[in-house]
Design a protein around this ligand. Structure first.
Ligand SMILES: Cc1ncc(C[n+]2csc(CCOP(=O)(O)OP(=O)(O)O)c2C)c(N)n1
Ligand code: SF4
Length: 240
């Protein structure tokens, strides 16, 4: 797999934990930016969480925002410069807890931006607490016995599909299939470039550090996630 040319040229120490899924999502995003030829016009807006470790990943204009606020910042940039191609990048905690109103209202208002949300079922950067995406009976640092988890976790793409207005592009991919994930990311960004309105991709991702899993265990856990969170492009009625 080639290294995206929008990557910074200098070598820097890896910031993500070994085996982290963010690296796969970001590699696919980098390749998408290259293949669409948008390096000069792209603006990358990143949230607080492990996503912020990507702040100097690309040779692309980048802004780092308050936790949960990457979407409205991306919207502001797009409104100020409609020619820019704005990509907001956030964790599931940022998108679906503190930033949920920002996400939904951007979809409701048909804002012409692309949001990528990395779902690893918990708040990773702060030590692995339960999030709106924590699966039933999942053990996390704040649910050590798997108690007090939700009966059904928050389904971000399906929720956006119900609330958003206009021509939406919505999909859920997984780091288990990076090429399909890249296809969804490219379709989402193309949707924005064609001026069609809000686009949203959720990427199911692995967090070996907080899941306390080895490589095999991480992908087994991801398989369980894929049974709960259905992969594919999502229609306006929430079906895929
Ligand atoms: C306004 C605000 N609230 C809380 C925090 C603490 N905080 C930092 S990172 C984080 C969790 C991020 O989790 P998530 O968005 O799921 O991303 P991940 O680290 O899993 O990629 C939290 C709660 C903060 N920095 N700012
Ligand atoms: S804590 Fe989890 S999400 Fe964060 S860098 Fe490490 S493996 Fe990745």
């Amino acid at each position: 797999m080639s290294v995206p040319s929008c990557y910074k040229k200098e070598t820097k120490p890896a910031k993500f934990c070994p085996g982290c899924g963010h690296s796969i999502v970001l590699k696919m995003l980098g390749q998408a930016i290259d293949e669409l030829g948008i390096q000069k016009d792209a603006v990358f807006s990143i949230d607080i969480g492990c996503s912020l470790l990507a702040w100097d990943f690309y040779d692309v204009d980048t802004v780092q925002t308050h936790h949960g606020r990457t979407t409205p910042v991306a919207v502001g940039i797009k409104r100020g410069n409609p020619k820019s191609v704005v990509i907001a990048y956030t964790g599931d905690g940022g998108a679906y807890a503190i930033g949920l109103q920002s996400l939904l209202h951007s979809a409701l208002r048909q804002e012409n931006v692309t949001v990528i949300t990395v779902n690893n079922t918990l708040y990773a950067m702060t030590g692995g607490q339960a999030a709106p995406t924590t699966m039933p009976h999942e053990v996390t640092d704040s649910t050590p016995n798997g108690d007090f988890t939700l009966e059904s976790p928050l389904m971000g793409p399906e929720l956006v599909s119900q609330i958003g207005n206009g021509d939406l592009y919505i999909a859920r991919g997984s780091v288990s299939n990076p090429m399909t994930l890249k296809k969804y990311i490219k379709k989402a960004i193309t949707h924005q470039m064609e001026g069609k309105g809000f686009s949203f991709v959720e990427a199911l991702s692995i967090c070996p550090t907080n899941w306390k899993t080895d490589a095999k265990g991480s992908f087994e856990f991801l398989k369980t996630m894929e049974e709960v969170y259905k992969l594919g492009e999502i229609n306006r009625d929430g079906t895929s």
